[in-house]
Design a protein around this ligand. Sequence first.
Ligand code: GTP
Length: 597
Amino acid sequence: MNQRNVRNFCIIAHIDHGKSTLADRFIQRSKIVEERDFRDQLLDSMDIERERGITIKSQAVTLPVEFEDGLYLLNLVDTPGHVDFSYEVSRAISSCEGAVLLIDAAQGVEAQTLSNLYLAFDHDLHIIPVINKIDLPAADIDNCLHQINHDLGLDPDEAVLVSGKTGQGVEDLLRAIVEHIPAPAGEPEKPLQALVFDSHYDPYRGVIVHLRVFDGTLKPGDTIEMWSSGLQYEVEEIGRFKIALEKTGQLSAGDVGYLIAGIKTIRDVRVGDTVTRPDARCKTALPGFREVKPVVFSSIYPVDTNEYQGLVQAMDKLRLNDASLVFEKDNSAALGFGFRCGFLGMLHLEVIQERLEREFDLNLVLTAPSVEYEIELNDGTRLLVDSPMDYPDPGTIKLAMEPFIRASIITPDTYLGPMLSLCNDRRGIQKDMIYLDTSRVELVFEMPLAEVLFDFYDNLKSLSRGYASFDYELIDRRPVQLARLDILVNGKPVDALSMLVYRGNAERRARAACKQLRQEIPRHQFKVPIQGAIGGTVIARETIPALRKDVTAKCYGGDISRKRKLLEKQKEGKKRMKTVGNVELPQSAFLSVLKGS
Ligand code: GTP
């Protein structure tokens, strides 16, 4: 294919603005999938992605599209739509020359639209503003055009109006992509320089690297080298993404495709790395590469200790396809063996939890998520601590530092008051307040990452009736008064319920946790006190009164089948119970603490 007839683009959009639906229309138009095989959201390949309607992994597809002046190959690099995965988004963006910026006609510009737009600007992409979902009765096209001009600084005359749902305007958009997005530069004769923008693991083929070639040509049989690790491989196969993988003889400057080279683990292939050849190295690596580091930590245990082996296997399987999931063995007195895991954010954590439970049929308990604190001891030692179990003796601590984020919230000004108090309550420091137009405001806050882990996003959405949007980036670490909050059930500390908290929040968190546990833990034949404590000091307390165990007592006589049902239910509940000392804790007790009490 002539380089002049290639276009590389991505679709950037806020969550739910219709990216996957639009991609489906493109795929239909290019006819790479038989109409009878077509199902919605082809690019969202995980069940969870389809169910939750969010893209978790980057995907790419090559769309051959015939126009009057010939055949074009449009490479669409689909990007994850969530802030947890913004590094992947940045790599996907840098493999393109242009971007389709999707705006929901009824919602207008939202926080992530802006942050993604800035990313696209940073990479000098040509941006085509697109107003999507114009079929909606609530579509406000004039308002969107105004926002495109005023908020985004783009030319509203270039805006394309489409509906991914009905297909209206899709042809115009394809034409605009070919006309306005530049063909890739780069020279096939130069030394190989290609960008890894993603990878996945295939049980039969090994690692499949997704790449964009900037310079040079790649053929089967070539020896390649990963810039960051120096690891070398012989290329077995290369090709393009046509939903299925389609082998080709070569990939050259400007192309997007895949590479298979006997790579055993995706840990050897880093997103953002440069692929070159040891015999003809490119001069420099492509910019922007960094190691992805987890920011949220939690321990995962099986409810039934017999399921530990199952969990080991499941984690190993998930790791094959998710280089950002890190974990090590963990051991809790209350819950037995498990794993301490690091995630890119709360969504990443939830996705892993759901996959373990759904695909591997495991019953799990997760501990309260934590950020990573940097702790300096009196003797000058520095530690990174993400688990309450590793928290040093408070007497030895000189200084604790917590990760801080810069948060951007875009909200209609009607909800300005609630948004400001939400951020202030979460120890936010207001940095900026910009009126984007007469009724919408962008708030910029610096705040601790730990404060947005717990129900921040849900609160933001409910306080603004769903209208406010939120995005963040990590900036630095700042001093924090830290404490380990222990939860004692019947006088015994339950290690898996401990959490690291900001001292000023400790009472509130302790009271909330005790209250929640009081509701979740069934009555026993004796009184069960639940306490929250820091060091030896109790700061919150609830008591579960004693009760007889006969749960059928409340079904006054008669109905045998109902009695049996209740007994069976109780038996089922037992299976999901953990015994701590002589108290039975249901799985839900741990989960309630995970949800932020
Ligand atoms: P992420 O992967 O999370 O970024 O979501 P997305 O942007 O891919 O959104 P998706 O395509 O999943 O669409 C979100 C919702 O909007 C779905 O319920 C779609 O059915 C709906 N939707 C998408 N396009 C249109 C459209 O043109 N018109 C209408 N009425 N609804 C649409």
